[in-house]
Design a protein around this ligand. Structure first.
Ligand SMILES: [Zn+2]
Length: 314
């Protein structure tokens, strides 16, 4: 894996370099847990009514039956970025994936409610994290940790939000900010400005308030099916648009439905993506930075259930 290309994009890494030397003898135990074949909600981007069109996920129950990966002991080598095996061996940071933050409606199916979290329940999730001593981290911190061993808060968590839905701006972001938390918002650009979705101005505001804006393609097509020009339509142009909106480079990508394959990774790298986030599938042994794991924080989950899933899945 060539990490050189990430260096200019991560000046923070340079600052971490001296720390890296100090940490070079630090051996990190990696306890990683993988599940098989999760499928994110299928959201037809052009549909006026996404909530009604969400098919059943088949992944959430799998998270309880998670085989442990053998722990490996590896050391960071001073003067170089960690190789893939070293990255995989590090303890994973829990990363949660939310979709819609809004109260349930009568027509919402049981399965859809995995992807729709009522406002009060969302507040309870975030309060549990804060009360339990979790601190949010952003992708740049995660990358520094994974590639150089830079330290993280004692109980790190990353909060991610997919699909651009409006409740992420009106409910989620203010709730995070109450606790000094920051989130990562993966934007599907086709939906910008549509009813019940965020506007460009709202995305810009989230960015200005210190949250991170990432790409979730133009219209949520499965990355595994892209050919030729699809990469321009689904990755290049949306990145450019989001960079124009926020005034910041777009370096993080979330796979629609969590679906990815190794062939997608060089295409994403060519287009400036320093890391890519899937759901709870096994990571790519050659490129764990472009197959970072997340779990969907189900709307059915109490704060206790969420905490249990975090502990068991990462
Ligand atoms: Zn999505």
């Amino acid at each position: 894996m060539n990490y050189a290309y990430t260096l200019p994009r991560f000046p923070f890494f340079a600052l971490c370099f001296s720390l890296l030397i100090a940490l070079s003898s630090c051996v990190q135990e990696g306890k990683t847990i993988e599940t098989s074949s999760p499928v994110e909600t299928a959201i037809p981007a052009a549909s006026a009514n996404h909530a009604a069109a969400i098919p059943a996920p088949d992944s959430l129950l799998l998270q309880a039956a998670i085989p442990a990966e053998p722990a490996q002991a590896t050391a960071v080598v001073a003067g170089s970025f960690a190789d893939a095996a070293t990255i995989i061996a590090r303890k994973q940071v829990p990363i949660l994936c939310y979709h819609q933050v809004r109260d349930w409606r009568e027509k919402d199916s049981k399965q859809a409610k995995d992807y729709i979290i009522p406002e009060e329940r969302f507040r309870d999730h975030i309060k549990m994290l804060a009360d339990s001593g979790y601190q949010t981290v952003l992708p740049e911190q995660l990358m520094a940790y994974l590639t150089t061993g830079a330290p993280l808060p004692a109980k790190p968590v990353m909060l991610t939000f997919d699909d651009t839905s409006l409740g992420q701006y009106t409910v989620a972001a203010p709730e995070l900010e109450k606790y000094g938390f920051k989130g990562v918002f993966f934007i599907m650009t086709v939906s910008l400005g549509r009813p019940n979705y965020m506007s460009k101005a709202q995305v810009k505001e989230l960015s200005d308030r210190g949250h991170v804006i990432g790409s979730h393609t133009w219209d949520h097509q499965n990355v595994k099916k892209y050919q030729g020009q699809d990469w321009v339509t689904q990755v290049e142009k949306p990145s450019r648009q989001l960079a124009e909106i926020t005034g910041k480079p777009v370096e993080y990508f979330a796979y629609p439905f969590g679906l990815w394959n190794p062939e997608a990774i060089p295409e994403l790298k060519q287009r400036g993506m320093a890391a890519a986030f899937q759901l709870a599938d096994k990571r790519d042994p050659q490129d764990p930075l472009h197959s970072i794991r997340r779990i969907i924080a189900s709307g059915h989950w109490s704060p206790n259930s969420l905490h249990r899933a975090m502990v068991n899945s990462f």
